[in-house]
Design a protein around this ligand. Structure first.
Ligand SMILES: Nc1ncnc2c1ncn2[C@@H]1O[C@H](COP(=O)(O)OP(=O)(O)OP(=O)(O)O)[C@@H](O)[C@H]1O
Ligand SMILES: [Mg+2]
Length: 361
């Protein structure tokens, strides 16, 4: 799968631009705050409908405008598609595929698969559980429409249940309605647990080899899913927790509290790993994500590398660039120096300067 071109209008610091990408490796370079990451964000939005940073549409639309447009031409199994997005400051976004409006964001997912890699991802092992859940969710939502459906419902129920827990302190009679929410919570939550479990197994089949190579044959990496509560215990746990939930006005248990552990040679590196070990494992995780998407979609995703190369030492840089292979890649960086010593092929170079993009010949 490749992105052929991207057109933006009033998106972040861009007025109107049109970029044609090569099917191989593309570089966007320029000083800080010129708009490099904004391009990757636009691509991410047209793949997932959401910003990789979690920005709202009203933040993405140019400061001085009311609406923005993203048009993406992509090619998948020799068929061309056009994805149009219309972002508005005060309304939800409109999406069309080949001129046909779609009703639900879910209908777009799966058309364009992207893997986004930013320097913050290198801290995914070191940081808290919410970032590891976000990683799994971002990937699973792209790969599995049912997961997206279940997760959206689960999150809504958690919000409504938490609101109810607050209301119960003023109106204890409402307590009776809690059971209705709980059975729904368990039903959607169990599906999430099941899928995350499978995801971890699929990831584990891939990551071991990659990490072994990255660590020069020294390290054995295993990823383990740590559900906050198992499917079997879910119902009991919810019942047991009811009084405590009411006291804390918060749902204590469920997949919104899940985590994933990373074990290297028997040691949990979330807590006991060195910084280098944690970063190498994070890189292994990202590389596995690419492989997993390839395996599940039988197609290649588009890889977006936001300023990560400068964060890696040269052997890891080489490993990353060599493992890209046949995947279309869009890389942002501040200078081209870091590529001089690397012998890999660059197919197209763009300079980004204050919302203007020019192609290096
Ligand atoms: N809604 C918006 N409207 C107009 N400009 C915006 C908007 N949101 C962000 N910007 C501008 O976009 C610029 C940041 O762009 P971006 O994050 O893509 O920079 P970058 O080239 O990736 O920089 P760095 O190298 O520091 O990562 C900033 O100058 C910011 O003011
Ligand atoms: Mg940037």
């Amino acid at each position: 799968m490749i992105i052929k071109s991207l057109e933006l209008a009033d998106f972040r610091n861009y007025e109107t631009i049109n970029i044609s990408f090569d099917k191989g490796t593309n570089i966007l370079y320029g000083d800080n705050a010129q708009g490099k990451t904004n391009i990757l964000e636009a691509i991410y939005v047209s793949a997932t409908t959401k910003s990789h940073k979690g920005s709202k549409d009203k933040e993405i639309v140019n400061f001085n405008k009311e609406e923005a447009h993203i048009r993406t031409y992509l090619e998948k199994e020799d068929v061309e598609y056009r994805v149009d997005m219309h972002l508005r400051k005060n309304k939800s976004k409109g999406i069309a595929i080949d001129g046909q409006k779609i009703k639900k964001a879910a209908d777009l997912l799966g058309l364009l698969n992207v893997v986004f890699f930013s320097p913050e991802d290198l801290a995914i092992i070191k940081n808290g559980p919410s970032e590891r859940r976000r990683f799994a969710d971002m990937e699973l939502c792209q790969l599995d429409n049912f997961y997206l459906y279940n997760l959206n419902h689960y999150n809504k129920i958690i919000n409504q249940r938490n609101k109810l827990l607050k209301d119960i302190s003023f109106n204890p009679g409402l307590k009776e309605t809690l059971n209705i929410w709980d059975s729904q919570l368990i039903s959607f939550g169990s599906k999430i647990i099941e899928r995350r479990n499978l995801f971890t197994e699929q990831l584990c089949e891939i990551i071991g080899n990659i990490h072994n190579k990255l660590s020069g044959g020294k390290e054995e990496l295993i990823v383990k899913y740590e559900p906050d509560v198992s499917i079997e215990e879910f119902e009991n746990k919810m019942r047991e927790n009811q009084e405590k939930d009411i006291r804390y006005k918060m749902t204590q248990s469920g997949p919104h509290r899940d985590d994933f552990s990373f074990i290297v040679n028997g040691i949990d590196i979330r807590k006991f790993g060195s910084q280098g070990q944690q970063r190498t494992a994070a890189l292994s995780l990202k590389l596995s994500e690419i492989e997993l998407v390839k395996k599940m979609t039988k197609d290649t995703p588009v890889l977006l590398l936001d300023d990560v190369l400068s964060e890696l030492d040269s052997s890891r840089q080489n490993y990353l660039l060599n493992s890209i292979g046949e995947i279309q890649t869009i890389i942002t960086c501040t200078g081209l120096d870091e590529f001089v010593n690397n012998r890999f092929e660059i197919n197209r170079i763009f300079k980004v300067s204050n919302g203007v993009i020019s192609m290096n010949e």
